[in-house]
Write a new protein. Structure first.
Lengths: 209, 105, 655
């Protein structure tokens, strides 16, 4: 980092994939990484809160009473596969294959919709059938808000991908649309990372303790 | 970190996406392994939790390096330091909160 | 029907106190006045085109500072009301409830709506110029950050006249701030107002982090950056990683209050201490967010007016890096007295004492910079010099408070209050006044009057000591914070009288600064050179105020104190200006940030009153704005060579 940074960027950029090819694209991707790093702390705070409150069931249902591994594994597998298809969309992006990119992004949002549907169903089951809504106990407050925040992120990601699909369809793969498609990919993988920790710290831990 | 030097602007040949496929299978394998540890075995609780958290961290790194291209970009050191700082603060907030609130539980 | 409207109005508007009615009337009059003036002079279009839709970092900086000065006025009035109430025992100027509201709004406004936006304003003005950039990394996001702060501040201040103010202190401890013990809308205003401006702060952090990392002039490596820029880089890191925790904490309490969750309640397994934990996990780094930038300002000002390069540059940088890491592991010291185990208390005592070391190192750096310097006592320099001893007192008492057993004695007494005012006034407030005087010519093209500036400095600084030095002893004598009155005969009265005199003096000092601003706007000396102080860094290499594009040619940097070096080496400086101009690529103005922040305000206000018919459309409006922005592709324009020539000739910079 001792040499002139701007000229380094220019030189490197011509060799870089399309999304890095403009200074603007480069800036936004770095900024998005920093945003994701901030999101780590946001989810970290929610995890800390949940873990502290996990045992505070106030006589209501516990994690063991509520959680069923079947639906949870279904959610996990759907999200893992969607992360994979999203990764394939980035590969198609690098090949400048518009059809492939759009196709894999559509598969990704379909899987995302399945995930959100499963999660909504899980929430509905707990809150209505099991008599365990958010206001029942501190444990459930922590559970619903941690998972709800993740679910909202996924839903927002779906809306975001739809917006990018429209722009891709209209404009094709340009430095700007390439950057957007790449960034939404980062976002999607990141949500998968968060889910891995939800799976571990909420569900598996809940079944063990 | 030298990965970006091999990148070409456009990858024309339709190479099989090995990296992604391996990443997917490793994720699935680690997930089921963690499930087996937690549900299939009856190890002591602290041991189980240590192992499954360890597996989750491995899986997170798979996503980060195999899917997210964290080492890519004009100056990947920026996002690497950013993510590391994020991991540091996230660790501090989780561990610190548990440690401090253990007293008030 | 009429009865129900009447009872709604009585609940909706704050009633029953003549001071509130006075405030209502003055707010209404000022609003009507502003609208009338804008309409009469046909300035609406100018306001919209030049300011509300601007993405120029210099204009955004000015708007930040203007808003922060207004908020400083309001927070200062709150302070004077508290001092008036406490001057003598058994006073009834304010009742207990009103007093609680006043200290809550004073604290929240001073930290969230004065210290941070003032610093954001100064960094908006100075950082892109110091690194030789034409704008920040994300100009749109920068404007959005400002408008989110502004709307958050307006929402918070609305509580004064509509619905009632929060009264749980700026730290809003649970369970008192929860719905059960604190019904009504006051606390919701706190949660939503601070949340909205906090989102803006997070965005600013990311923006400046990337700006500084990626947009420096050629040749300016990290270790050739001006110290203020370094301080903003580190501050941005802390903002980026501390604010998400606060966002979560505020959201959780909002969910508690609005949707009946049990995060911080006593019932159903909630943990009130968890609030304190999360609040201070943000709250302690926040201290450094408002201190590191002023350390940067003092470094610039001391080097400039000692006419020396900064002593121990690398040490200064590494000490800030150390602070950024340590600031995240000291937070428990704010609630030692809630009780904890010995290892926890020991860890946080030690980490707190550790963080004093890099801070102390910096004090020595400034002293050695002054050593054998040719010191010029300008107004900014006076603020910087006064900072060193006054702030050190705050730092030393902080180390006293860091010792957990001793903290049980000091905590929540006026000793604590005096400590954090010593750091936040002698640090942050002196720093922002210092920066305000220093960069004022760069913002507006004229100087603030030096004589009036020096008077305001001496009055403010002496009054500060009259107010806060006795406060330490008052704390040791047993007076606790947040008590709204006290009986006679405890020996506290004389000290309280002296403190009120000091507080009034600080008010006079601030009024003099405000007068100086108005006076200098009319009579102030023009800054035609762009370098009125003999500055050492690049912001002084361009005109005052800088053109829209900042630099006609991006400067090339080969050393620290780049502009000082350019001035010594005349040849380098002139050959550069002889190069031909090229068209400059700049972002377009846009109305989306202010509109989006307005939707945020509407959604926030709806949530405050739990009026979801209002909150939901507000949220939908926000999403629509985001989508609309995503579909804007034509967001840049070029400034032609002819226009650059005209502008440069206008400032006498075209040879």
């Amino acid at each position: 980092m001792t040499h002139s940074l701007l000229s380094l960027n220019e030189k490197d950029r011509s060799k870089m994939p399309l999304e890095y090819s403009t200074e603007e694209g480069d800036l936004r991707i770095v900024g998005f990484w920093i945003f994701l790093a901030a999101e780590l702390v946001l989810f970290g705070t929610l995890f800390g809160t949940y873990l502290v409150l996990q045992s505070h069931t106030a006589g209501g249902p516990t994690a063991k009473d509520l959680f069923e591994i079947g639906p949870v594994m279904a959610e996990t597998i759907v999200l893992l596969v969607s992360s994979f298809t999203c990764g394939l969309s980035t590969i198609e992006l690098r090949r400048h294959n518009k059809k492939g990119l759009i196709g894999w992004l559509i598969v990704t949002i379909l899987l995302g919709l399945v995930f959100v549907g499963l999660e909504v169903n899980e929430f509905y089951t707990y809150a209505v059938h099991e008599g365990a809504p958010l206001s029942r106990s501190a444990f459930l407050s922590g559970f619903f808000v941690l998972l709800g925040t993740h679910g909202c992120h996924v839903s927002l990601g779906i809306v975001w991908i739809i917006g990018i699909l429209l722009q891709l369809a209209r404009r094709g793969i340009t430095p700007v649309t390439a950057r957007k498609a790449f960034m939404v990919g980062l976002y999607w993988h990141f949500l998968d990372v968060v889910w891995i920790f939800i799976f571990t710290a909420v569900y598996l831990t809940g079944l063990v303790i | 970190m030298n990965e970006n030097q091999n990148q070409v602007t456009k990858q024309t040949h339709a190479a099989f996406p090995w990296k992604q496929v391996i990443g997917l299978f490793m994720s699935l394998a680690l997930t089921f392994f963690a499930l087996w540890i937690a549900v299939g075995l009856s190890l002591p609780v602290p041991v189980t939790i240590t192992i499954i958290v360890g597996l989750a961290i491995v899986q997170a790194f798979i996503q980060l390096f195999m899917f997210m291209h964290v080492t890519e970009g004009t100056e990947p050191v920026h996002q690497l330091i950013g993510i590391l700082f994020g991991i540091y603060v996230a660790f501090v907030v989780v561990a610190g909160t548990l440690w401090i609130l253990a007293y008030a539980l | 029907m009429i009865e129900s409207i009447k009872s709604f109005m009585g609940w909706f508007f704050v009633t029953g106190d003549p001071m509130i009615y006075g405030a209502d009337a003055s707010i209404a009059l000022v609003s009507i006045g502003i609208v009338a003036v804008l309409t009469y002079f046909k300035k609406w279009k100018w306001l919209w085109d030049e300011w509300l839709t601007s993405v120029d970092h210099k204009k955004i900086g000015i708007m930040y500072i203007l808003a922060a000065l207004l908020m400083l006025f309001r927070g200062g009035i709150d302070a004077l009301m508290m001092r008036a109430q406490l001057t003598l025992p058994n006073m009834h100027f304010l009742d207990a409830e009103h007093y609680n509201q006043v200290f809550t709004t004073h604290g929240t406004i001073m930290i969230i709506f004065v210290a941070m936006p003032f610093i954001f304003g100064l960094m908006n003005i100075a950082v892109p110029l110091q690194i030789g950039a034409r704008d920040v990394a994300y100009p749109f996001l920068n404007a959005l950050s400002f408008w989110l702060f502004f709307m958050g501040a307006m929402l918070f201040n609305l509580s004064f006249v509509i619905g009632g103010s929060p009264d749980a202190g700026w730290s809003s401890y649970a369970p008192y701030a929860g719905a059960e013990m604190n019904p009504g809308v006051g606390q919701n205003y706190y949660l939503l107002g601070v949340q909205i401006s906090g989102i803006g702060s997070l965005a600013t952090g990311i923006n400046f982090l990337v700006t500084i990392l990626k947009m420096r002039a050629p040749g300016m490596t990290l270790f050739k950056m001006p110290m203020f820029t370094w301080s903003i880089l580190i501050t941005s890191v802390i903002v980026v990683f501390a604010f998400p925790a606060f966002t979560v904490a505020l959201a959780l309490m909002t969910i508690d209050r609005l949707f009946g969750a049990h995060f911080f309640t006593i019932a159903a397994g909630g943990s009130p201490m968890l609030w304190a934990n999360l609040f201070w996990f943000w709250g302690h780094p926040e201290v450094y967010i408002v201190l590191l930038p002023v350390f940067g300002i003092f470094s610039e000002v001391i080097a400039t007016f000692a006419h020396k390069t900064l002593f121990g540059y690398a040490v200064m940088v590494w000490s800030m890096v150390a602070i950024s890491l340590l600031s995240f592991i000291t937070w428990l010291h704010h609630f030692f007295t809630m009780g904890n185990t010995a290892p926890v208390n020991a860890f946080f005592s030690i980490s707190t004492m550790l963080i004093a070391i890099p801070t102390g190192v910096k004090i020595f750096n400034w002293l050695f910079t002054l050593n054998k310097g040719r010191i010029q006592f300008t107004t900014p320099m006076l603020w910087a010099l006064a900072f060193i001893p006054n702030f050190t007192i705050g730092g030393v008492t902080g180390v006293m408070l860091a010792m957990a057993p001793a903290d049980y004695q000091y905590h929540n007494s006026y000793f604590l209050v005096a400590h954090f005012h010593s750091t936040l006034i002698a640090g942050t407030v002196f720093g922002i006044f210092c920066g305000l005087h220093y960069w004022w010519p760069k913002m507006f093209g004229y100087m603030l009057d030096e004589t009036k500036g020096k008077w305001s400095f001496w009055i403010f600084m002496i009054s500060f000591n009259i107010c806060f030095m006795p406060m330490y002893f008052l704390g040791l004598m047993g007076m606790t914070r947040r008590m709204y009155t006290y009986p006679a005969g405890l020996g506290w009265t004389p000290i309280n009288v002296v403190m009120t005199i000091g507080a009034v003096g600080m008010g006079v000092g601030f009024a003099l600064i405000a007068y100086n601003i108005v006076w200098s706007a009319i009579h102030g000396n023009k800054d035609k050179t762009g370098d009125p102080w003999g500055g050492r860094t690049l912001e002084w290499a361009t005109a005052s105020p800088a053109a829209e594009y900042n630099f006609a040619h991006i400067p090339e940097v080969s050393t620290r104190d780049a502009f000082a070096a350019m001035k010594e080496d005349k040849g380098v400086f002139t050959t550069k200006t002889a190069k031909p101009y090229e068209p400059i690529h700049m972002p377009n103005n846009t109305g989306i940030p202010v509109i989006m922040a307005t939707f945020m305000f509407i959604a926030g206000f709806g949530c405050v009153f739990e009026w979801y018919w209002m909150a939901v459309p507000g949220l939908i409006g926000i999403v629509i704005c985001m989508i609309a922005r995503s579909f804007v592709y034509d967001d840049h324009h070029y400034i032609s060579v002819n226009e650059i020539k005209r502008t440069e000739a206008g400032t006498g910079r075209l040879s």
